[in-house]
Structure formats: C-alpha cells, structure tokens
Design a protein around this ligand. Sequence first.
Ligand code: TXA
Ligand code: MG
Length: 320
Amino acid sequence: MTQSTRHLQATDAGIARAAAFLDAGQTVAFPTETVYGLGADARNGTAVAAIYAAKGRPAFNPLIVHLADAATAQNLVWWSADAQILADAFWPGPLTLVLPLRDGHGLSSLVTAGLQTVGLRVPAGVAAGALLRAFDAPVAAPSANPSGRISPTTADHVMAGLSGKIAAVLDGGPCTVGVESTIVGWQNDAPVLLRAGGVPSEAVEAALGRPLQTPDSNEITAPGQLSSHYAPRSSVRLNAAQAQEDEVLLGFGPIDGTLNLSPTSDLAKAAANLFDHLHKLDATGQPIAVAPIPHHGLGAAINDRLARAAATRDQPPPTG
Ligand code: TXA
Ligand code: MG
C-alpha cells in the first residue's frame, strides 16, 4: 500500500506532528546520532507490524526499543549493576543493552520476536530526544532502510528507500556517528559484544573493568547480524590498494579514491561518512573497491559493516 510520506523539519511543530503520527499507530523515520530509525509505538503490535511491512524485514529479527531516559528502562527490564555503569557512561549515546524483560513490560511480542530479552537504548541527538520526550513512551526502531540495504544517515536516504511506505520522516540533518549502536548483552553474567558499533568495544571494557566476551553461537545473539546485510546493489571488494578496471574506489587516509572516508585517517569521520559514501558510490552502478581500514576503535564497526556489504548473496538483493 502506498501513502504520501511527509517530510517534517525537526522544529517544535515537526516534532509534535511526528509524535502525533506515532500516537496514531503510524511509522515515522527519525534521526538518531547513529543512523535514521524507523519508529513505531513499541506497545502497539499493529504499528510494529507496519515497520516490518515497510522494511520487508524477516519477522524473526527483534527490534531495538528507544527511550527518553534510563529511568524508563528500569520499568521494562531487570536492571543490573553493569547496566547502570554502562548507562551512566554512555547514555544518551550509541550503545544498546540487551536485558531480561520484566513481567508486565507492555511491549508488543513483535518487538522482541518472542525472546525473553529486549535491546534498549537512549539515543543522543536533539531531535531524537525531543521526539521521545514528546511521545513519552517506548519507540521500536530498526534502521530506516529496506531490509538488507545500506543504512540511512540522511532524510534523503530514508526517502529514497521508503517513500510511500511510511507516514513521515523527521529531518534532523545528517547523523553524526554514522554507524549503528554497539550492542552488549550478558551470558552467564558475563558481558558479551553482540554487535560492534558507535561506542568502541575498548571503551565499554574500560567502563566495566573487564573484557567483553564473544557470543556463544548456540545462544541467541543478534539475529540482524545476517552475513549479507548493509548491501549495496553493486559488488564490493575489500582491502583494495587501488581501483581495477571499471571499479569506483572508496578511499581512506593516504589511499585516495572516488570518495575518501577520511583523508586524515580519522575513524570517527570515516564512520560518519560510511553509509553516505556507499550510497553515492552505489548510485554509479559500478563495482566498489574499498581501501583497508584499521580495526581498532570505531574501525571494528566500520570493518564489520563493510564485510557484510561484501558478503556473497544467496539471492539477488531485494529491490526498493
Ligand atoms: O543505532 C542503532 O542501533 C539503530 C538506530 C535506529 O537506533 N538501530 C538499529 O536497529 O540498528 P536494527 O533493528 O537495524 O538492529 C537491531 C539489532 C539486530 O541485529 C537485532 O537482532 C538486535 O539488535 N537485537 C535486538 N533485540 C535483541 C535481543 N533481545 N537479543 C539479541 N539481539 C537483539
Ligand atoms: Mg539495520
């Protein structure tokens, strides 16, 4: 079903309008510091189903729930000393905590995909905070892209993928971090890194005073971590020193290209540019080669997304 998607500015009036759409059970894309999220009322199963429909997302993927503050989180989940340390250190900010649900949490089971845990985060970003305070209830939001496609870091990216499928996009300009949140969960009381993201894992380990474990593959990890994810339409070749034949090159530091993630080798700038540059190079229709990126700090998240973009696909990427 198509609808006309409103492009709202992140003014008081635009934020109030966006909150009213959420109240009415509609889907609204909104800016966070990481990427644009496609939000819906996390308590309303019909509204959450509209997220899955708009994205064409496999129904087994649980969604991250966005909150205005950490106090709200404690009504939904069993809070822990580790959670308090990480919330104090990184919220609002690009960190998601996967914690056990409390009885009577009120979230739609579509949000949790039937799991006994939920991923929560308090996003930074003026527009996200204002929207969450105006709506005053939990907002489920995956990245606002068609499933399997490159994540959006501008309102234009959102419109390119989802126009006609969602009620509105709240335009707060480009996202400052540019890669999704770091996801931390716990297995047998040990903290586990479920997804590398906008908070470097080294910073999480420093705050906790102990190392992050890698997930036990027999347990539920982060189902969104399908290998072919964040995929451009064109093929992607990693660790390229230079472009070959008809390739366009995504450069980094001294390896200059058609576009350069950061000529000064700044990993934070590279993360902020990553999806926008991939969108632009993908639009050329040419194969994409990518210069090597260091693995430390935000480089872990950048390399994770690039590896997924380069993964062989079992089937042609979805259109839309
Ligand atoms: O930065 C972000 O995290 C962005 C913005 C919009 O907040 N959101 C985002 O959401 O990346 P999404 O849905 O694209 O990715 C959510 C990830 C998925 O890999 C999902 O499987 C995992 O979080 N996840 C959510 N709840 C989980 C749970 N209970 N247990 C394990 N993984 C969970
Ligand atoms: Mg996503």
